[in-house]
Design a protein around this ligand. Sequence first.
Ligand code: NAP
Ligand code: ZN
Length: 344
Amino acid sequence: MRVKGYAAKDAKSVLAPFEFERRTPKPTDVSIDVDYCGICHSDIHTARNEWGGTLYPCVPGHEVVGKVVAVGEGVTRFQVGETVGVGCLVNSCQSCSSCKAGLQSYCERGFTGTYNGREESGHTFGGYSTHMVVNQDFVLKVPTQLDQAACAPLLCAGITTYSPMRHVGVSKGDKVGVVGLGGLGHMGVKIAASLGAEVTVFSRTADKKADAQRLGASNFIVTSSDAEVNKHKNHFDYILDTVSAKHDVNQLLGCVKREGTLIMVGASEKPLDLSVFSLILNRRSILGSLIGGIPETQEMLDHCGKHNITSDIELIEPNKINDAYERTVNGQVRYRFVIDCKKF
Ligand code: NAP
Ligand code: ZN
């Protein structure tokens, strides 16, 4: 099937309209008309080849919400007309110990990314498009009582912040810091607050202070002020770091209390400088976390449905994608751009 979308043709070009073929659905595939797709900073890193390994043309997008328009004869879990989501993964080996444990993002043979992944027909194209064909095992049910456009970012920003907080067991009264108030950060604040944590935002300037409070944070630290940061030494049980560029992790580790954890989800293209003393003192840990598995993504969506959690979005038409990229890189997103994919 021929579909419309937007693609980067190389690392230096802006995204432009692009038509391509979706695969012929297999018996276990769900065919989806894409309604909305969020813009994740990973889309930008990938379109611009900042992490290396980008396959072009690159159609990004892994925060997809749409409607089922057809199902293969082997599809048991979805029906035509249902609202569904697709996140960062569209396939994995389904037989290694990670996949068996429902941790498909850690598939030992490597998962297939929704974009920039490899499959028989070539490389995968993501959600900046009108239509997708996805194996039913990687399709999620989206709570229908929530605003559908504002649900799209749950499929990456939501699960990427929910998964590590569940893994470490964030619970009532825990002191949780969230670093970087962007797409992931603002979801991290909402989710941590919904788990009962006392949430503090770390941001470069005071500009987002009122927003942080509205999102559920009770405290706000401006990281450009050492004096302000130093007031919170050895304070936090967990700090969730969502920063997209190189920054000072030693400053953040100093704010983690004895045996606490700095959780890294932000994916700077450049290596970060770590002083081992930041870990040795107070027996602190650093934990990395990649998206989340399919069962946990469904659990997160259900949790968001129950707690009425969606993303704060700015809905844009496709011709504004490149502007949205610039504003995201400049820290001006409040707090996630979502593309109206019916307008491609
Ligand atoms: P985003 O919306 O651009 O937010 C990133 C935030 O980081 C900004 O809003 C800004 O917050 C802060 N920031 C940006 N540049 C900075 C700098 N030079 N120094 C200090 N702080 C800076 O991006 P996102 O979509 O949330 O993604 C964040 C990162 O997570 C990206 O690297 C992305 O690739 C990665 N990611 C990882 C996973 C995973 O599985 N681990 C999944 C999705 C995304 P303030 O303005 O508040 O300072
Ligand atoms: Zn993402």
